[in-house]
Design a binder for this molecule. Structure first.
Ligand SMILES: [Zn+2]
Length: 400
C-alpha cells in the first residue's frame, strides 16, 4: 500500500506461508500481469529485476489478458482511453478475475496487476488478501529513476504487508502503519513524494520486523525482500548523485517555436509542440481536470506558431466534448509523443527531467506540469507575451 490499504475479500483465511516444492526450497509464487494499455516490455523489465534476486519468492508471469477478456471482467474496458480511474473494487475484481481464469494459480500465490490507469483515490498500490494492484505510471512525479524500480518496490512492499496481515480496516489503530514517514516499508506516504524517503532508506523497522516474526514470515523471505529493496535503493541514491554531477541544460524556446535542449533540437508536430511550450510557460502546471477550461492558454501559443490555424484543433486536444458530442481528447497522445521524442534525443535518464508529468500537489490536486526550475527555461519574448487573439475566417486579429 501507499497511502492506505483496503480489504475487499476476507483476509483471515488461514493460508500456508509457503509450499514445499520438492527441491528443498520453500517457494511462494508471485505472478505479475498488466492491463492491456500497460507496456508488456516494462512488465518484462520489472519481472527480470525481481527475478535477479532469487529466493523463496518466485516472480513470474502468465499470459496477459486481452482487452476483450478485460471487457468481460469490466465493461468499461470496451474503451480504455475513456477510463479516468478505477475503484478498489474494480481493481481487485480484475485481479480476482485473472486469478480465477488462470486455473493453476493457487490460493497462496500472489497475483499482482500493474496498470497505468489511476486509482480513484490516487493510491500507488494496495492489496486485498493476496491480490495486489500497482499503479505503473506517474513514477516520474517523484524521481527521474526508471519506473521499473518504484513499481518493483511497490510489489514487494504489498507482499510484505499482506504477509504480516496489517489491519487495514482500522488504519488509525494499526501500530505498524507509520503515518509520519520514518523510511520503513510500511510508511503511509499520504503525499506521494514522501515515498522517496522509504525508497532511499530500503528498510523494515524493528517493530515491523517483529511483527513479521510474530506472523511466522520466514527470514529467507525477509532477506530476499531486503535484498530487492537494496538494489532499488542504490538506483535512487545514484540518480541523485548523477543530478548533482551533471547540471541540467537550459531548455530554449525560440520565437518560431523551435525547442532546443543543450544543442539538441526537439522535433515535434505543431500540437504536441503547443502543449509542451504551454506547460513550459506555465511551470506551476495545469489541473488535469481543468485542461478544457484552460484551453485559451494553449490557443495563445497555437495562434502564435500556426500560420493557417484550425479553429477546432485546440478544442480537440483539450476537451471531452466537441459540439455536444463526447470525444476523447488528443492531449494524452501528444503528452506521450513529447516524452518519446525527449527520450529519443536525450536518453531516458536526462529526458526524465524534461518530461510532461502528472503530479499531485500538497492539496492532492493532479496537475500536468514540467517539473523544471524556472532558471532552466529560456522563453522568447514573443512566446512570453500574452495577447488576446481573435480567430475569424482563418485570420488572426491581435486585440491587446
Ligand atoms: Zn515499520
Amino acid at each position: 500500500m501507499s497511502r492506505m490499504m483496503i480489504q475487499i475479500y476476507p483476509l483471515h483465511k488461514t493460508i500456508p506461508m509457503a509450499i514445499f516444492d520438492g527441491l528443498n526450497l520453500l517457494i511462494m509464487n508471485v505472478y505479475l500481469t498488466n492491463t492491456p494499455e500497460f507496456s508488456n516490455e516494462k512488465l518484462d523489465e520489472i519481472i527480470a529485476l525481481l527475478q535477479g534476486i532469487p529466493g523463496e519468492l518466485k516472480f513470474d508471469k502468465k499470459d496477459s489478458f486481452t482487452q476483450s477478456q478485460y471487457k468481460w471482467l469490466n465493461p468499461r474496458f470496451q474503451d480504455i482511453e475513456e477510463i479516468d480511474s478505477l475503484t478498489f473494487k474494480e481493481y481487485f475484481d480484475l485481479v480476482q478475475g485473472y486469478r480465477e481464469f488462470q486455473k493453476d494459480i493457487k490460493d497462496e500465490d500472489f497475483v499482482i496487476l500493474i496498470s497505468s490507469i489511476r486509482h480513484d483515490g490516487n493510491w500507488f498500490s494496495a492489496f486485498s488478501h493476496r491480490n495486489i494492484f500497482v499503479h505503473g505510471h506517474e513514477w516520474d512525479i517523484i524521481s527521474n529513476v526508471d519506473s521499473k524500480f518504484g513499481i518493483a518496490y511497490q510489489c514487494v512492499e504489498n507482499i510484505f504487508q499482506s504477509l504480516i496481515d496489517l489491519d487495514i480496516m482500522h488504519i488509525n489503530d494499526e501500530p505498524n502503519i507509520h503515518h509520519e514517514p520514518i523510511g520503513c516499508i510500511n510508511d503511509l506516504c499520504g503525499y506521494k513524494p514522501e515515498i522517496l524517503k522509504k525508497l532511499r532508506m530500503a528498510d523494515i523497522c524493528d517493530s515491523c520486523y517483529a511483527r513479521s516474526q510474530s506472523k511466522g514470515v520466514s527470514d529467507f523471505i525477509i532477506t530476499q525482500i531486503l535484498d530487492i529493496l537494496e538494489v532499488i535503493r542504490k538506483e535512487f541514491v545514484l540518480s541523485g548523485r548523477f543530478k548533482r554531477k551533471h547540471p541540467l541544460e537550459q531548455i530554449k524556446i525560440y520565437p518560431n517555436g523551435k525547442i532546443d535542449i543543450g544543442g539538441k533540437n526537439i522535433v515535434l508536430n505543431i500540437l504536441p509542440k503547443v502543449l509542451y511550450i504551454c506547460l513550459l510557460k506555465n511551470l506551476d502546471g495545469i489541473p488535469s481536470d481543468e485542461v478544457c477550461e484552460n484551453k485559451d492558454l494553449f490557443e495563445q501559443i497555437y495562434l502564435k506558431l500556426k500560420k493557417n490555424p484550425d479553429e477546432l484543433a485546440i478544442q480537440r486536444m483539450c476537451c471531452k466534448k466537441m459540439k455536444g458530442d463526447k470525444h476523447t481528447p488528443t492531449f494524452a497522445i501528444y503528452k506521450r509523443r513529447i516524452n518519446e521524442e525527449l527520450i529519443k534525443k536525450l536518453g531516458t535518464t536526462i529526458a526524465n527531467y524534461y518530461f510532461v508529468t502528472l503530479v499531485e500537489d500538497k492539496n492532492h490536486q493532479n496537475l500536468y506540469r514540467v517539473n523544471l526550475p524556472e532558471d532552466k527555461l529560456v522563453l522568447s519574448c514573443i512566446i512570453k507575451r500574452n495577447y488576446i487573439y481573435l480567430l475569424k475566417n482563418q485570420q488572426i486579429y491581435e486585440t491587446s
